[in-house]
Design a protein around this ligand. Sequence first.
Ligand code: CO
Length: 212
Amino acid sequence: MEAFYNQLLENNKKWAQDKIKNNPNFFSDLAKGQTPPVLWIGCADSRVPANEVIGAKAGEVFVHRNIANMVVHSDMSMLSVLDYAVNVLKVKHIIVCGHYGCGGVHTAMTNKKVGLIDNWIRHIKDSYRFHKEELDAIKDNKARFDRFVELNVVEQVHDLAKTSIIQEAWNRGQEVHIHGWVYAIEDGIIRDQKCTLKSNKELEEVYQLASA
Ligand code: CO
């Protein structure tokens, strides 16, 4: 364990050297600032490294990760990332990326009590309740789990659209597209859930906030 920890700093030195070897301006360019066109909201799972799975370089993706890629409307960390991404960086695309085999989503399907995290998992259970009919009809456990992962992503895409930050951006005509993806750990391929939201008209009326 200690060896692994020490290796990380060694890896970093080697990585920095390699970057400079390929492009002497790599770090001095990045130091000038960032203009990433994409915000990624993903799971904290160690097997889904945001930049790596989409071949993005440093400076290309603004990232927020939490357990089960959730959009919780009282989460100041998520809201702050979203606000900065939309209002300062002006990202054009926001991707909510879930993944099959997600431990958080799986726990939400059960009555298991884990601890403090139960309060976070509770939000995922809402996604199950909204889609209970479809999910309960799937008899195969693995198929039901997979579908729950997908539906949870779609719910988070909608929850993002309902935030005051996205509502205000759309109301003033700022272009922001919100996408839902699911990554498969088994084959490394992302499945686009084709639930992209681009405007208020796609939301239920009660969630549409009036222009200021
Ligand atoms: Co996960």
